[in-house]
Every structure is written in structure tokens, then in C-alpha cells.
Design a protein. Structure first.
Length: 109
């Protein structure tokens, strides 16, 4: 009886350690990408940057797919387009933004 309790205790410890290690690995393998909305030049309008870890991989100070150097009117507009690009990167899609994408998000320029 004592021997069975000992083996059950050891089994539980091994199980808990295994679960802890698995959780630790999942936390450390979390998504390396994140979005930051930035204020435009001369504090006019907004843009966005996408990071992989600490490194900027996309700096988009202007509205993509639009002729000229026009910034997003609101922080929310920049965030919506940045979120679209970020989702496409995460899912391995082409992250190019089209005029149709902007229209679908309600972005005016």
C-alpha cells in the first residue's frame, strides 16, 4: 500500500512537471509580431509600424495604395489597416493593401 502511494506521488510530480514545461514552451513561442500606431510627420495624421520582436519590418507612415503622401486621418483608421496587414502576415498571405481593402475598411483619403 505504501509503495503504491509512493508511485502515485511520483507519477503526479512527473505529470505536473511535464505540464509546466509544456506551458512554459507555449508562452515563449508566442506571436513575435505586434503593431504600433505612429503619429504622422509634423503631428499630422497617423501611420503604423509592424514589428517582429524588437525589429521594425514594416514602416507605413502613409496610406498604402493611395497616390501621394497622405496620412491616415484617425488613429483608428491606421490601426484597422495595420491589423489587416498583421493578420495577413500571421496567416502567410500576401499583405499588400489594395484600394478595395481600404474601401472595405471604410478608409477615406
Amino acid at each position: 500500500m505504501k509503495r503504491n502511494k509512493k508511485w502515485i506521488g511520483i507519477g503526479l510530480i512527473v505529470l505536473l512537471l511535464g505540464g509546466g514545461i509544456t506551458c512554459y514552451k507555449k508562452v515563449n513561442l508566442s506571436d513575435p509580431y505586434h503593431l504600433e500606431v505612429i503619429q504622422g510627420e509634423d503631428s499630422i495624421g497617423y501611420g503604423y509600424q509592424i514589428y517582429k520582436g524588437e525589429r521594425v519590418i514594416i514602416a507605413q507612415p502613409f496610406i498604402p495604395a493611395v497616390t501621394g503622401r497622405k496620412t491616415f486621418r484617425t488613429e483608428q483608421d491606421a490601426r484597422h489597416v495595420g491589423d489587416l496587414v498583421l493578420e495577413r502576415i500571421r496567416t502567410g498571405q500576401d499583405f499588400t493593401v489594395s484600394k478595395e481593402d481600404l474601401k472595405g475598411l471604410g478608409i477615406t483619403h
